[in-house]
Design a protein around this ligand. Structure first.
Ligand SMILES: [Zn+2]
Length: 84
């Protein structure tokens, strides 16, 4: 977890070997506040990933997926700042 208490994990695609950085954040006191961000990272990037730099790594990607109850269950692509 990082300073925002977001859950950070790195997933490895079993079929193509792509590494994905997953960043999940929610405010438990608020309904529909859950949001996740998922971005493709290079294997070298995944080695230096920490909970603290994960948000910045996502924001540095050309694009990443977003979704979750905060987005009313919609999934899309975006770039730039992640919304907390
Ligand atoms: Zn894959």
């Amino acid at each position: 977890m990082d300073k925002n208490f977001a859950e950070v994990s790195v997933l490895l695609c079993q079929s193509c070997g792509q590494h994905w950085l997953r960043y999940f954040y929610e405010q438990e006191a608020f309904t529909a506040s859950g949001r996740w961000y998922l971005g493709a990272v290079a294997p070298e990037q995944s080695l230096t990933l920490t909970a603290e730099n994960a948000g910045g790594v996502l924001e540095g990607l050309d694009w990443y997926f977003y979704g979750g109850s905060y987005y009313h269950g919609q999934v899309g692509r975006t770039s730039g700042r992640i919304l907390l």
